[in-house]
Design a protein around this ligand. Structure first.
Ligand SMILES: [Zn+2]
Length: 391
């Protein structure tokens, strides 16, 4: 039986169908086998190379029934290409969820993170918006139509102020290990916690220190006192309020990967400072019993917090330092920061050589800069030899 209501529904559907075909006439509909998404908008900052950097992750899901080979990714800043990743670069930066290995081919139904690092040309304006154009080979598409290009993953650049801080240590011969912005173990430390993927360590540094002979340790590898950095004072980077303190966890034996470390003990003896404006500084792996501050206390820039140790998830004494948007070392969004003043004396050959020097106690063969580079207001990039004011 027909009712007025039914014919009304029919009329609505007709109107919808008409408006849909009108829309089709204006907007071309194309298949986008890769779904592109962004979780954390990049915050531009100045690196120790004097350039502006944007570091973020593009989420890529292969919504097709076959492999997709990602051949090229162009990053567009306000519509202009600011970075091009060729197939080799993509293959080094595209990591399926939960994996450490990267690959340029995404199997069907797989979600991956593409770790992007844009370095702007000197003097270039910081783009307001970023988007992406991807060229790919889609195995599931009909023959002759498998080469495809799609665009997406648009995001507004986050222009929140970058926090300016003092040094977390003082003295010479420090190495900025696993610092920003490429294959660093911190930059890619995406962790699923409480149902969300966090990159708290995106801009973290594992500070190590070399002795006058360029060694991370001298003598017995398993003795804490063998390490150049062991026992060095850890300093408040700004006037701040102490947000969190963990103390009383034992030192680990250097050279051995600690077993049975729970998530809440991974930082070892640690302090989180509330720097204000949703910026929190984390210091991890300090010596037990050396932490000088308590929760709620106000501290001054340069104030002693504790001593460098090897507690928690640590294989050699070092200071893990990071800034994030919450007073949590893992369930927070890592933010860039700029250290007010430091000197760059040279470069390490890279992470592989650094790991070897840390394992064997052999000198790290550094490449000195022709002149010590005085650096103001910048984030120390990866594997540099750095001096902080004071001794
Ligand atoms: Zn670390």
């Amino acid at each position: 039986m027909r009712t007025p209501g039914c014919s009304f529904v029919v009329r609505i559907l007709v109107v919808l169908a008409v408006s849909a075909s009108a829309a089709r006439a204006n907007v071309q509909e194309t298949m986008t086998p890769l779904l592109l998404d962004m979780q954390d908008a990049p915050v531009p900052f100045k690196g120790s190379d004097g350039r502006v950097h944007l570091v973020y992750e593009l989420w890529v899901t292969n919504f097709s029934s076959g492999d997709v080979v990602v051949e090229k990714v162009e990053v567009l800043g306000d519509g202009d290409v600011v970075q091009t990743l060729d197939s080799a670069a993509v293959a080094g930066r595209l990591q399926p969820a939960g994996q450490r290995e990267s690959a340029g081919t995404l199997a069907r139904s797989v979600q991956a993170l593409l770790f992007i690092h844009v370095t702007l040309e000197p003097g270039a304006a910081i783009p307001r918006n970023l988007s992406h154009r991807i060229t790919m080979h889609v195995n599931a598409a009909p023959p002759g139509q498998q080469e495809m290009t799609e665009s997406g993953g648009s995001v507004t650049v986050d222009r929140k102020p970058v926090v300016s801080i003092g040094p977390p240590l003082r003295g010479v011969g420090y190495v900025s290990a696993d610092s920003c912005c490429d294959a660093s173990r911190h930059t890619r430390a995406a962790m699923p916690i409480n149902g969300h993927v966090w990159l708290a360590q995106r801009f973290a540094v594992d500070w190590e220190q070399l002795d006058a002979q360029g060694r991370i340790y001298a003598g017995d590898r398993e003795k804490l006192e063998s390490y150049t950095i062991f026992g060095k004072p850890v300093l408040a980077v700004a006037e701040a309020t102490v947000a969190s303190v963990t103390d009383g966890l034992p030192e680990q034996t250097p050279g051995k990967y600690p077993g049975n470390i729970s998530l809440d003990q991974a930082d070892g003896n640690s302090v989180i400072l509330d720097l204000g404006e949703q910026h929190y500084a984390l210091y991890a792996h300090m010596q037990p019993g050396t932490i000088q501050v308590r929760v709620g206390q106000r501290v001054a820039a340069g104030q002693l917090l504790g001593l460098v140790g090897n507690s928690g998830n640590s294989v050699a004494p070092h200071l893990h330092f990071q800034v994030a948007d919450k007073p949590s070392s893992l369930a927070s969004n890592g933010l860039p920061y700029e250290i007010k003043e430091f000197q760059i004396a040279g470069r390490s050959p890279g992470t592989k050589a650094f790991d070897e020097a840390e394992e064997k106690g052999t000198p790290l063969v550094i490449t000195p800069l022709s002149a010590v580079q005085q650096t103001k207001g910048a984030l120390p990039l990866d594997q540099l030899i750095i001096s902080f004011p004071g001794r």
